[in-house]
Design a protein around this ligand. Structure first.
Ligand code: NI
Length: 142
């Protein structure tokens, strides 16, 4: 970020809110408030981007945990990844323990399709937890 593109603003906050915010940024090891505020603003803008962008491509990850002893479930997950092969860019599999596997699928597409895939995965019997994390393709965010 070049200095010439930076605008300084003053923000008025109730002191108890600022105290909480300072504890928040300390816990997250920010070195200054400005970077923490920038990240919060970007996060909200990405969120809004998803909500508003019915036909615009976004990116994200779907993280899910399941019992790998349910053999038919593995096939169902792989089949679903093939059904959405245009949208599933990659998947990483981690063996958490004797029973549980964690997978992260990196996805890209319009929000409705990514929500649909997430909902279909969540509905599979044996998936213990499934969560879509939304990010941005970055094209319109500095
Ligand atoms: Ni595994």
């Amino acid at each position: 970020m070049s200095e010439s593109n930076i605008t300084r603003i003053g923000v008025s906050l109730p002191s108890d809110l600022l105290d909480k915010f300072d504890r928040y940024i300390e816990a997250r090891q920010y070195t200054n408030r400005s970077e923490a505020i920038r990240d919060l603003i970007r996060d909200r803008l990405v969120q809004q981007d998803w909500e508003m962008s019915a036909n615009k491509e976004v990116a994200g990850t779907i993280t899910y945990v399941y019992d790998h002893h349910k053999r038919e479930l593995l096939d169902e997950i792989v089949n679903m990844q093939h059904d959405y092969s245009q949208h599933v860019l990659a998947a990483q599999h981690i063996h958490l323990d004797h029973h549980n596997c964690l997978e992260v699928a990196v996805v890209r597409g319009v929000p409705a399709v990514l929500f649909e895939l997430t909902n279909r995965l969540t509905a599979l019997k044996g998936i213990k937890h499934c969560k879509l994390v939304m990010t941005t393709t970055g094209a319109e965010l500095s």
